[in-house]
Design a protein around this ligand. Structure first.
Ligand SMILES: Nc1nc2c(ncn2[C@@H]2O[C@H](COP(=O)(O)OP(=O)(O)OP(=O)(O)O)[C@@H](O)[C@H]2O)c(=O)[nH]1
Length: 357
């Protein structure tokens, strides 16, 4: 059984979903934001717009939002103004009526991971907010170049739950689509013209409008493709996502041990997954950012229509895919002949280091 400390009681007030909108410089984040505002998809939402420079230009470009735009200028949310971001979120959390959603637009150079880490680990933020998803805007014109040469651009795209493709009118989008399929095959790719609230928001495990659990939306539906994905572009493939799946139930101690090893993997940026446990018919949701593992939480039941299976997505930089797969296989009881099994790993945790590189 899972220790009680991991079973979270139902929150008395529904946490406010937070969407992180990211994308490299000039990719079209503000354009997308204005499109969503024009459609009314962000009614009742509050926006936090971050940009470099003392004068908040983006705040002026966001149309018709009145008081609900908080500008964080002169720094980047992922580093110098992270404290300001936390303060801005906490103030929004105290507002009554509470915003229906908060959308944080990052600067084009931001690494979204520290923002996700703050949402996962800051106790006051955890009480009011939940990360709904990361939307990343990528442009067909400059995107392939940025993905090839800028680590920030690759991080943003790899961490995304939804990718929005812009400037397909200016350049053939095929090279960009190919690069994204390698980097993050699980995230749906939505053309700007088709970008709507339903296509981009509510990317979390629970649909905020219906309260329904939807594992496919959360994990990215293209599981099969990702499962069989191999590293094609060795030169620039250092940031990427890896999917793991096991169709049998696992013991809690195996899950715990696997998570301990996996969250210590160098280069880990994000880990999300559902575990099927032997002694518990409720799925266990796990969410990790960098080395921090959010306390696993049991859902009341399996999402309707979802097959019972353990499914994980691991996103990271320079991840050792082979070692991760071997670790996962070991704790699923399916160790490969030339890799240590779960008992060997438990007896001698250092043997992880000895696994193939
Ligand atoms: N032709 C064309 N232009 C676009 C498209 N999407 C965005 N743009 C233009 O690209 C420029 C940059 O778009 P923004 O929305 O300001 O990009 P951003 O990501 O917010 O930019 P930064 O805040 O500087 O990082 C603007 O001139 C947009 O009008 C598109 O799909 N097609």
């Amino acid at each position: 059984m899972i220790p009680d400390r991991f079973c979270q009681p139902a929150a008395p007030v529904a946490p406010i979903p937070v969407t992180v909108l990211t994308g490299f410089l000039g990719a079209g984040k503000t354009t997308l934001l204005n499109r969503l505002l024009g459609q009314g998809a962000l009614a009742g939402a509050a926006l936090i717009v971050n940009e470099f420079g003392e004068v908040g230009i983006d705040g002026l470009l966001v149309e018709g939002t009145g008081d609900d735009v908080v500008e964080l200028n002169d720094g980047c949310v992922c580093c110098s103004v992270r404290g300001d971001l936390v303060d801005a979120l906490l103030r929004l959390g105290e507002r009554r009526p509470a915003p229906t959603r908060v959308l944080v637009e990052t600067t084009g150079l931001a690494d979204p991971t520290p923002i996700l880490a703050a949402l996962a680990a800051h106790p006051d933020l955890l009480a009011c907010f939940r990360l709904d998803g990361v939307v990343c805007v990528v442009d067909a014109l400059a995107g392939p170049e940025h993905l090839a040469h800028r680590i920030e651009a690759r991080r943003q795209a790899a961490l995304a739950d939804r990718l929005v493709l812009t400037k397909a009118d200016l350049a053939d989008p095929e090279p960009l689509q190919q690069a994204l399929r390698t980097l993050n095959p699980g995230a749906p790719l939505v053309p700007l013209k088709a970008a709507t609230g339903p296509a981009l928001l509510d990317a979390g495990l629970r649909d905020s409008r219906t309260g329904r659990l939807d594992a496919d939306r959360w994990m990215g539906a293209d599981d099969a493709h990702r499962h069989h994905h191999h590293d094609h572009g060795a030169g620039h493939a250092s940031v990427r996502s890896i999917a793991l799946r096991h169709d049998g139930a696992m013991s809690w101690s195996d899950v715990e041990a696997f998570l301990q090893f996996a969250s210590a993997e160098p280069g880990l940026l994000r880990l999300k997954g559902l575990f099927w446990l032997q002694d518990d018919d409720r799925p266990l949701v796990v969410h990790g950012v960098r080395g921090y593992l959010h306390p696993p939480a049991s859902l009341p039941a399996w999402p309707e229509g979802a097959a019972r299976a353990t499914r994980l997505v691991v996103i990271g930089e320079g991840l050792n895919e082979r070692r991760l797969r071997d670790l996962f296989a070991a704790f699923c009881g399916a160790a490969r002949t030339d890799a240590p099994d779960r008992d060997a790993l438990r007896d001698n945790p250092l043997s992880v280091a000895g696994m193939r590189f």
